[in-house]
Ligand binder design. Structure first.
Ligand code: NIG
Ligand code: FE
Length: 385
């Protein structure tokens, strides 16, 4: 197996507190690391760098673990920029536009869905994302959702079944039948290609009881659980996620003290999606409040055509720093190791020896430039198996 040594790293962020400066970022300065095709083999001082088959000179460059984007809806057709414009002019977001993307996606060919999904994965990758979770949720039929998880699985092992995104128009007068369909035939068709199940538990989507019934059946089918919770109101999604031991509850835009305390006492990660607040012109939740209470926080793009058509994790990090009370280090940690924890992965999001060799070399001497130079293309090279 070919080994590569990366030398002259100005600032190496390992996210391993046992390495480097003892901070959660596990920082080393003037450092080097050795990887093979799949794993990190060694991390240390540049002066101690061993020789290897290949050498990469990272002079004047910071190195970070690849970003882990733990929440996206990448498989869709069409676009809804008119809704974005209306919201910037003061229209509220209520989830109603999801039906437009459902109509466009149902009408799209497999070829179209594959091509557009690939482009979005490539856009995320260009910004340093090396792992991406992808949800279904824009067809809402048995065959359609099975098609979406199939397409998603071509780009990721972290595929999430989101048949419970909203109740589609044809079931408006029989919600119970749709909940039964999602937890029955749709789940059965999607489970083989999915690792996770998610429910949009919120105003205008699914109630706590509906969400619980679907998630329990998904758990019985062997899937891990995630929840879209408390985006549009104080709707009980966070409490449900904690009750069920979900890996992550995402959005958390409206949380009360009891939710924060429950999260802090649990292993459920709170995944914040500032692209959604940006694109819906909604108030940003305070990441500071969650962090100070001891909650584990992740950051993700939520890339979707309605509320966050964002493919740049650097912008997400910058928004979290500027608007949610995170330090730059906390935000980068949340977009790397935080995302890994939200996906219950211990092999990514950090660069300890033994971790996956998902390495991003930045065209910047310090990782803080990711937020400081918001929107800039700062990825010099990505090493990824
Ligand atoms: O995460 N909240 C639910 N789902 C998406 C929005 C979907 C849409 O509007 O198309 C979200 O924000
Ligand atoms: Fe989402």
């Amino acid at each position: 197996m070919t080994s590569r040594v990366i030398i002259n790293i100005s600032e190496l962020t390992t996210n391993d507190a046992a390495l480097g400066d003892g901070s959660p970022m596990g920082r080393l300065f003037n450092a080097a690391m050795v990887i093979d095709e799949h794993h990190v083999l060694w991390v240390g001082a540049n002066a101690d760098a061993p020789s290897a088959d290949e050498r990469i000179d990272a002079r004047d460059s910071a190195v970070i673990p690849g970003f882990v984007d733990s929440h996206t809806h990448l498989v869709f057709a069409g676009e809804r920029s008119d809704e974005f414009e209306a919201r910037m002019a003061g229209e509220p977001y209520d989830g109603g536009g999801i039906a437009r993307t459902v109509a466009a996606t149902r009408a799209a060919s497999n070829e179209d869905l594959r091509t557009t999904t690939q482009r979005r994965v490539e856009a995320l990758r260009a910004g340093g994302v090396t792992t991406v979770e992808i949800k279904s949720g824009y067809e809402l039929t048995v065959e359609g959702e099975a098609r979406l998880v199939e397409v998603a699985s071509e780009w990721s092992d972290e595929v999430t079944f989101l048949g419970a995104h909203v109740v589609p128009a044809e079931f408006t007068n029989d919600r119970d039948a749709y909940v039964e369909l999602v937890g029955g035939a749709m789940l059965a068709a999607c489970a083989p290609k999915s690792r996770w199940a998610d429910v949009f538990c919120d105003v205008g989507a699914f109630s706590v009881d509906e969400a619980r019934s679907i998630l329990l059946r998904a758990r019985d089918a062997g899937l891990g659980l995630r929840v879209h919770g408390n985006q549009l109101g104080d709707t009980g999604g966070v409490a449900l996620a904690v009750e069920l031991g979900a890996a992550s509850v995402d959005h958390c835009s409206h949380v009360k003290d009891a939710d924060v305390e429950a999260l802090a006492a649990s292993s459920t990660v709170a995944t914040l999606l500032p692209g959604a607040e940006f694109s819906t012109k909604s108030p940003y939740p305070s990441a500071r409040r969650l962090l100070d209470a001891g909650v584990t926080v992740a950051l993700a793009t939520d890339c979707n055509p309605g509320t966050s058509y964002v493919t740049n994790m650097g912008v997400v990090i910058a928004l979290a720093v500027r608007e949610m009370g995170m330090s730059v280090d906390e935000a980068i940690w949340a977009a790397t190791l935080g995302g890994a924890l939200a996906l219950e992965r211990d092999d990514i999001g950090h660069l300890s020896p033994g971790a996956r060799a998902h390495v991003v070399i930045l065209d910047a001497p310090r990782s803080a430039h990711v937020a400081y130079r918001v929107g800039s293309a700062l990825v010099r090279q990505i090493l990824h198996d």
